[in-house]
Design a protein. Structure first.
Length: 77
């Protein structure tokens, strides 16, 4: 495994982090709908928007992992 491959793996792992945050916010949104929210000042729509934003950011990072790696290390020869 080359350094370039390891960097690509790190980028993909970094993309997994926002997806996990999105999962947390999605669960919080469900709790908000059930009336079990620990933060009543945050509405369901705000929580759902945060979940969607984090999911989208994670997907974008994972999809763009190869172009990011190429940007850093250049093209294969």
């Amino acid at each position: 495994m080359t350094v370039k491959d390891v960097f690509g793996l790190i980028v993909r792992t970094a993309g997994l982090s926002p997806i996990l945050y999105g999962l947390f916010y999605a669960i919080s949104a469900v709790f908000s709908l059930l009336g079990l929210s620990t933060h009543p000042e945050i509405t369901f729509l705000q929580t759902a928007a945060a979940a969607g934003s984090y999911f989208a950011l994670g997907i974008v990072i994972i999809v763009l992992a190869d172009p990011i790696t190429r940007l850093i290390y250049g093209r294969d020869k």
